[in-house]
Design a protein around this ligand. Structure first.
Ligand SMILES: NC(=O)c1ccc[n+]([C@@H]2O[C@H](COP(=O)([O-])OP(=O)(O)OC[C@H]3O[C@@H](n4cnc5c(N)ncnc54)[C@H](O)[C@@H]3O)[C@@H](O)[C@H]2O)c1
Length: 429
């Protein structure tokens, strides 16, 4: 039976490599669509959690994992040889940056090496990890064709960017349209058949390069617009204008404007990283991505600016950062998630530590942290006492924001969580 037919009647066996924020929800969605799904990960703890029917990602309910596992539709393994039993494989491994801001392709290459070992005729491979345009054609295709099989004829290859937005209550894997670009038209067709089974809307594009670029445009769009609004925030502060009031009024325009909000900087595994995949690749064609570099510069300077605001706040009480007891509310990179990768709150902690502050924090999603020399445990919100300055670094739901200006001598609010509160001890961005 041809793979497309197997996909349409749910007889295809699906493998998902990398069971993290992207791979786990995807594996569950395929299993819920009726496929037989095997998740592959090098992390044994994730594999045993999944096999025990437990979710370790906030957006995925343990009940859904358990239902799929108990129905025999979902399992996980560290045993890569099982890839040989798969009809279709999705690659969802990390794509971080090296210290030099060059792409670190080692995870993708290692996953592709494993697939190449077990590649067989009729197999579909889809790369989902965010990466520079050309990765699928220049890195993956030669690795697979070196096995003597021809793409579009003997096996199928495609790129389909993941668009998961952690903690988004409205959009999830199923109802977020999925862009798919194949190496050949047949590859696109087969990959579209895979996703049509589990995702409401599939958006085919003409090539893997276009699909790769779509994701980078989306994330660069966010990085640049956040950079712009952060610069407007710095400018407004200098001009004594409330940037939050400006944005609230500007967003009443029903066309041609989309609100972005200032903050302490970019975080997570996507927005601070992915645009640099694009600028790295563009440089190889002699093209300099000025917007990306500039946005990176402005966004990267925001933790320093927050520390400046903390310093200004303490100054009103004739205090220095050195020796001050400073407490951060929220460490995760955005509200209501536990992910603290690239979180600007960690940069703020480091900067304050170097200046001699005594630090503590509260984050219900992050029980403890180790960042350089800073090693802390989250303390309950009610137990926070005797501090000189509270810093709202992440606006998780559930913090008692209204009480903060009364409880603490100074509050630095980087997220406008205290919107409308006129207390004079609040320092906004
Ligand atoms: N997190 C997001 O919100 C998000 C959104 C869209 C796209 N993405 C992209 O998706 C990709 C994955 O991101 P993530 O956040 O899910 O990462 P993650 O770190 O949460 O998960 C990746 C998983 O891959 C596993 N892994 C690493 N190397 C492996 C290998 N060789 N074989 C098997 N497993 C391996 C890791 O153990 C980990 O469990 C990245 O390219 C990222 O940019 C992430």
């Amino acid at each position: 039976m041809h793979l497309k037919e197997k996909l349409e009647n749910r007889q295809a066996r699906i493998g998902v490599i990398g069971l993290g924020y992207v791979g786990l929800p995807l594996a569950v969605e395929f299993a819920r669509a009726g496929f037989d799904v095997t998740g592959f990960d090098v992390d044994e703890s994730k594999v045993s959690e999944l096999n025990a029917g437990r979710s370790y990602i906030l957006d995925v309910r343990s009940e859904d994992v358990a239902n799929c596992v108990n129905a025999g539709k979902l399992r996980a393994t560290t045993e890569m040889s099982k890839l040989g039993e798969m009809d279709a494989v999705d690659i969802c491994v990390p794509t971080p940056l090296r210290k030099t801001k060059d792409p670190d392709m080692s995870y993708v290459v290692s996953a592709a090496e494993q697939i190449a070992r077990y590649l067989h005729p009729g197999m579909l491979i889809v790369l989902e990890s965010t990466t520079y345009p050309g990765t699928t054609a220049e890195v993956l295709q030669p690795m697979f064709e070196a096995r003597g099989l021809t793409v579009g004829k003997d096996f199928y290859l495609a790129f389909s960017p993941e668009r998961v937005d952690p903690a988004n209550e409205k959009f999830n894997t199923r109802n977020t349209p999925k862009v798919v670009g194949g190496t050949t038209p047949v590859c696109s067709d087969v990959a579209a058949a895979l996703y049509s089974a589990a995702v409401d809307t599939v958006v085919p594009v003409s090539s893997t390069q276009v699909a790769e670029m779509v994701k980078l445009l989306e994330n660069t769009f966010r990085a640049v617009n956040i950079g712009l609004v952060n610069e407007i925030a710095l400018m407004s502060h200098r001009m004594n204008i409330d940037v939050w009031e400006v944005i609230d009024a500007a967003k009443t325009k029903p066309f041609g404007f989309m609100p972005f909000y200032p903050g302490p900087g970019l975080g997570g595994h996507c927005i601070p990283i992915d645009p640099f995949y694009l600028s790295w690749k563009a440089k190889q064609s002699g093209f300099e991505c000025r917007f990306i570099e500039l946005a990176g510069h402005v966004n990267g300077s925001m933790p320093e600016y927050v520390v400046e605001r903390i310093s200004e706040a303490l100054n009103t009480k004739k205090k220095a950062i050195n020796g001050a007891r400073i407490h951060l509310f929220g460490i995760a990179y955005k509200k209501d998630v536990s992910d603290m990768r690239e979180s600007p709150a960690l940069d703020i902690l480091q900067l304050l530590h170097r200046r001699g502050a005594e630090l503590s924090y509260t984050d219900p999603y992050v029980p403890s942290l180790q960042e350089g020399e800073v090693c802390l445990q989250s303390i309950a919100e009610d137990a926070v006492d005797g501090i000189d300055c509270a810093v709202i670094a992440t606006d998780h739901k559930g913090f008692n924001y209204a009480a903060m200006p009364g409880r603490f001598p100074l509050v630095v609010d980087t997220r406008n969580a205290l919107k409308g509160n006129a207390a004079t001890n609040i320092f906004r961005l």
